[in-house]
Design a protein around this ligand. Structure first.
Ligand SMILES: NC(=O)c1ccc[n+]([C@@H]2O[C@H](COP(=O)([O-])OP(=O)(O)OC[C@H]3O[C@@H](n4cnc5c(N)ncnc54)[C@H](OP(=O)(O)O)[C@@H]3O)[C@@H](O)[C@H]2O)c1
Length: 325
């Protein structure tokens, strides 16, 4: 089968962007995946990965399907039996969420409730992503899936509400909690730091917030590895496996050390192209409270799906290498 891409008219004359691509060995040949939020950092990574592995998928950006609009959700979910429905859509502007919390709750909370109500529980598994910001960051060791949540900002609260809709539903789902997400071109922390260094600005970065950076290609490929394992489970094993998992690389860092690792890898230090200084978060004025220590333990996901997880530095090195290309 040749890969094909197109626009189809479905439902009430609405148009839907789609890609149908042939199947790689290892996946059931008629597996069908629906992807919400396909233009985001993670969404784009999934698109690249599915394409590379010749996996059938339908990619929906916000323009193709606004998850806050019930008509849009109904249109794509009614009479469609997707094996996996992956939600990479989210409201992720943590600072703006403090100013206009309604916008965050519409996407991260209410939309999830609506999607869940329309999923056919007998044919589809819902894959959702959540955040380390569901925790308050007071625990000094890595957070496990059993730890109590206590979000300290509106973004974290809205994401936790989304999780709760899934937990209270009877659909089959996975919630993958992750942290410090970045890709090679988004408006994310490492890209901002790299640009500031390019402009030879003096850079100040906090060194008293701890977590784990996760490149989107790590998140998408690990998700796919888990789903691949899941596909080969018995019905009982499948049922037992549903639930919440932390999906994060190994080894923790802080924002300053992460920034320095990236800049030292990209720029020639001898040319003294940038200046970076560690500061405390109390030096920065911010409208958002952020968890101080939101390191996620990945023991549960490794045990359940037997997947290999590298240090965050492995993906940071790949990110650095992409600047030589
Ligand atoms: N970014 C992080 O540091 C971070 C950390 C921990 C967890 N996470 C979680 O990881 C997941 C992926 O994050 P990401 O970094 O890939 O986010 P992202 O780059 O902000 O992508 C989110 C996507 O969702 C889309 N979207 C927003 N509102 C929508 C709506 N009403 N209908 C449909 N699509 C909508 C956005 O479209 P527009 O851009 O057009 O609005 C964007 O394409 C999310 O669940 C996030 O909460 C992220």
């Amino acid at each position: 089968m040749k890969p094909s891409i197109g626009i189809s008219t479905i439902g009430n004359g609405h148009k839907i962007f789609w890609k149908q691509i042939s199947i790689k060995i290892g996946w059931r040949s008629n597996i069908n995946i629906l992807l919400f939020g396909s233009n985001g950092q993670l969404g784009q990574s999934f698109c690249r990965l599915f394409k590379k592995n010749n996996i059938n998928f339908t990619a929906l950006s916000k323009d193709n399907c606004d998850v806050t609009k019930n008509n849009d959700i109904e249109r794509v979910l009614t009479d469609n039996n997707y094996d996996f429905i992956i939600n990479a859509s989210a409201y992720t502007n943590v600072s703006d969420a403090e100013i206009n919390p309604d916008n965050a709750y519409k996407v991260n909370d209410v939309a999830i409730k609506n999607i869940v109500s329309l999923i056919d529980k007998d044919s589809s598994v819902f894959i959702h992503f959540s955040t380390d910001y569901v925790f308050d960051g007071k625990k000094k060791s890595p957070y496990t899936e059993e730890d109590s949540t206590n979000p300290i900002n509106e973004y974290g609260k809205s994401k936790l509400n989304g999780e709760i809709h899934l937990e209270e539903s009877d659909i089959n789902y996975f919630i993958f909690r992750t942290s410090w997400v970045y890709d090679n071109k988004g408006n994310n922390f490492p890209n901002k730091i790299v640009n500031q260094a390019k402009e030879k600005k003096s850079i100040e970065v906090i060194d008293d917030q701890f977590g784990i950076p996760n490149h989107v290609d790590f998140i998408s490929s690990s998700t796919l590895a888990c789903l691949n394992k899941y596909n080969n489970y018995s019905a009982t094993e499948k049922n037992k496996s549903h639930g919440i998992y932390n999906l994060s690389c190994n080894d923790q860092t802080n924002w300053f050390s992460f920034a320095k690792y990236i800049l030292d890898g990209i720029y020639d230090k001898s040319k003294n192209q940038y200046e970076i200084k560690a500061v405390k978060s109390s030096n920065f004025k911010s409208n958002v409270k952020r968890p101080q220590h939101s390191v996620l333990s990945n023991k549960k996901i490794i045990k359940q799906f037997d997947i290999k997880i590298p240090s965050w530095q492995y993906y940071a090195d790949k990110y650095i290498e992409s600047f030589d290309e």
